[in-house]
Ligand binder design. Structure first.
Ligand SMILES: Cc1ncc(COP(=O)(O)O)c(C=O)c1O
Length: 366
């Protein structure tokens, strides 16, 4: 079996090697501060007793699992603390495929590229369902694609790369489709704190034995390097997932879990609101400049990303490299996200230089 290295790394490296100043709009690394309590937690950790530097319980620190369970209205037994949302998605997809109820994973197009990559790695096959121009998914299309071969339906809202936020009816229906076909809905909600529309609905709102919710603190606390996330499983699916997590990882980082727990307890809603406000401002700045450049674009309802289309400049890897060399702006090629956005480029708004980047693009495409 051959695995593909995500294209993302290639573009990052190309931008790094460039012989000029490049504004990075490739990565999903927030450029703003983590919560103060997160920093305090990490400082404090350095002075703890040696036993605190040893293995934590594999499924995660009990206090953190209890804190998450209380916030999400589930039992702590259902919560596995993972190495970010990435591992949570892997565990969820693996759990769905190992039920032997089928081998197909329904994904959206456009898609977050790690999902098709994980599907291949886990021996499944992908079946893509197109979203509309705004990135909205019609559950009727998912129902049509579903069959007894469907092991999982993997969705992400707020969405990377489209910025779509699925309304309550969509999420409810997706859970219903998973139930009808005895499949598992995997709902990746890693951008839940970046719902700019107020329309976000978590799959946890719909009680079901057929859905797994994944999440992480990577984006919400601006700590993609700390590696703390979680998955919430239905009770009858959780044991195997814990075993897989133990066999693959042993556990995830203990200092990270400690600091996240502290930050969860001490960080108020104003921290998250301030970051959303910052993003809202950046969306306006960037899309105003795209207007000036005569580009077509999507205005995100959530997450960090704007997709843009410049006339006669399709979103190929080659064009992305040209944009790095000639305009000094690095984005992601639309072709990385499936077949439906090959004409588009994706820009991440996690740089303080959004305005400058927009000006560079406007000048370049003038
Ligand atoms: C949709 C989506 N899921 C998962 C991840 C990975 O999250 P983590 O860093 O917590 O593993 C990302 C990162 O960009 C993402 O965009």
């Amino acid at each position: 079996m051959e695995y593909e290295t995500p294209l993302f790394f290639h573009v990052m490296q190309y931008a790094k090697r460039a012989d000029r100043d490049v504004i990075d709009m490739v990565s999903g690394n927030p450029d703003w501060e983590p919560p103060q309590a997160l920093r305090d937690g990490l400082h404090e950790y350095a002075d703890l007793e040696p036993e605190q530097f040893q293995y934590p319980p594999s499924e995660g620190l009990l206090e953190l699992r209890e804190e998450i369970a209380a916030r999400r209205g589930v039992d702590a037994e259902q919560v596995v603390i993972t190495n970010g949302a990435g591992e949570a998605n892997y565990l969820a997809m693996a759990r769905a495929l190992e039920r032997d109820r089928g081998n197909e994973v329904i994904l959206t197009d456009p898609v977050y590229p790690y999902y098709p990559g994980k599907t291949t790695m886990l021996g499944g096959t992908q079946r893509f369902v197109a979203t509309d121009d705004e990135g909205q998914l019609d559950p009727a299309d998912v129902r049509e694609a579903a069959s007894e071969e469907t092991a999982a339906i993997v969705v992400n809202s707020p969405n990377n790369p489209t910025g779509a936020v699925y309304p309550e009816e969509t999420v409810r229906e997706l859970v219903a489709v998973a139930e009808e076909y005895d499949a598992i809905l995997v709902s990746d909600e890693v951008y839940d704190h970046f719902d700019l529309s107020g329309e976000f609905s978590s799959a946890l709102e719909f009680d079901s034995d057929h859905r797994i919710v994944t999440n992480a603190y990577s984006k919400s606390m601006a700590i993609t390097g700390v590696r703390v996330g979680y998955a919430i499983f239905p009770p009858h699916l959780v044991e195997n997932a814990k075993s897989r997590h133990m066999l693959v990882n042993v556990a995830t980082t203990r200092p990270g879990q400690y600091a996240v727990l502290q930050a969860l307890r001490e960080t108020g809603p104003d921290y998250y609101e301030a970051n959303r406000d910052l993003l809202r401002e950046r969306v306006v700045t960037f899309t105003d400049a795209l207007d000036a450049a005569g580009a077509e674009y999507t205005t995100p309802k959530g997450s960090f990303y704007v997709m843009a289309r410049f006339d006669g400049y399709p979103g190929t890897l080659e064009n992305v490299e040209r944009l790095i060399d000639e305009a000094g702006v690095a984005g992601m090629p639309g072709e990385a996200f499936g077949d439906s956005r090959t004409a588009w480029l994706r820009f991440a708004l996690v740089t303080p230089r959004v305005e400058e980047a927009a000006e560079r693009l406007a000048t370049y495409f003038d």
